[in-house]
Design a protein around this ligand. Structure first.
Ligand code: PBG
Length: 322
């Protein structure tokens, strides 16, 4: 079918025609906005490492939920910064902790908001690792009940979905069992399944005060060099009962998103992480890139690669632009 019979430009030149044949569309319902919760009242403190994001007390999280909802936002992901940390991350399961209180505040302000909680130990442990530590090693199986009790505290407070991000083996199954036994068989799990040991999490660790005090996370998060292993992680999490699986980070892992999309028939999420957003913001602030155009293109790329849902700090702005 040689030129000039086929001229791809025919359907490219007029905006209305371009729209008719557009293959990928971003929609407000695709976006999940991650926010950071501290305890107290009337707290809204800018996070230095994450321009445009705040540490919010539960009442302020409810205020944000209202404005996010009025812009068309549907779903929030909550991270907690507790008042105390110990070796085993007990504050993660405290029903009076910042996350459970914020869930309640958001739910009473905006009942229709989908409230998802990140479930992990790194924000709650004194050593900053995502699991229990013994002899400088992160212990897998003893960590599982701790994650399950944290997930349970979140759903008891009214969370609509829990999202384990720790990367311990077997945690989806352990959380599923604990939720079912407590009568929460209807609460879905979004698993951070292919979560890579990425340097792009840098700004987040300052924001969540969750940098490991020794070593790194390569003993449990995935090696960025591995593709086939992502399939294994996703298969395991689905077999253990995950309802939604996730690839994280998103932008540098578009091949993995596509790989998983082609492999599974379940919803797939991708997390545009703190470092991805930081690069876009920094380049825009330096006058090198057009913020809105690049932000939307980055999100469109993630969707085109095969993600159904995108977790992004750019959600509020993206809603206004869409
Ligand atoms: C906690 C967690 C992290 C992120 C989400 N959940 C940090 C990490 O694994 O070190 C990163 C999010 C981001 O960079 O935006 N386990």
């Amino acid at each position: 079918m040689p030129w000039p019979i086929h001229r791809p430009r025919r359907i490219r030149e007029r905006p209305a025609l371009r729209d008719l044949v557009r293959e990928t569309r971003l929609a407000p319902a695709d976006l999940i906005y991650p926010i950071f919760i501290v305890s107290g009242h009337n707290q809204k403190r800018p996070i230095p490492s994450l321009a445009g994001q705040f540490h919010l007390s539960p009442d302020q999280a409810a205020v944000l939920a209202k404005s996010f909802s009025s812009r068309g936002g549907r779903a929030l992901l909550l991270f907690g910064l507790p008042d105390y940390k110990d070796e085993v991350g007990s504050s993660g399961a405290d029903p009076q902790g910042p996350v459970p209180l914020a869930i309640q505040a958001i739910k009473s302000a905006v009942p229709e908001m989908v409230v998802i909680t990140d479930v992990c130990l790194c924000e709650y442990t004194s050593h900053g690792h995502c699991g229990l530590v013994e002899d400088q090693r992160v212990k897998n199986d003893p960590t599982l009940p701790r994650l399950a009790e944290q997930a349970l505290a979140h759903v008891r407070a009214g969370a609509d979905m829990v999202a384990p991000s720790d990367m311990m083996d077997g945690r989806v199954g352990a959380i599923r069992r604990a939720l079912d036994e407590a009568g929460y068989e209807d609460k879905p799990i979004m698993a951070y399944s292919a979560k890579y040991a990425s340097a792009f999490y840098g700004p987040f660790r300052d924001a969540a005060d969750s940098a490991p005090s020794f070593g790194d996370r390569r003993g449990y998060q995935m090696d960025p060099a591995n593709r086939l292993e992502a399939r294994v992680e996703v298969d395991l999490d689905l077999a253990e009962g995950a309802d939604i699986v996730m690839v994280k980070p998103a932008g540098p892992y578009l091949d993995i998103i596509r790989e998983i999309r082609d492999r599974i028939d379940r919803p797939l999420a991708a997390y545009q992480v703190s470092g991805e957003m930081a690069m876009i913001k920094a380049a825009a602030t330096a006058g090198l890139l057009d913020f809105q155009a690049v932000a939307l293109e980055s999100l469109l790329g993630i969707k085109r690669a095969g993600a159904d849902l995108i977790l992004t700090y750019l959600a509020p702005e993206a809603l206004d632009w869409l």
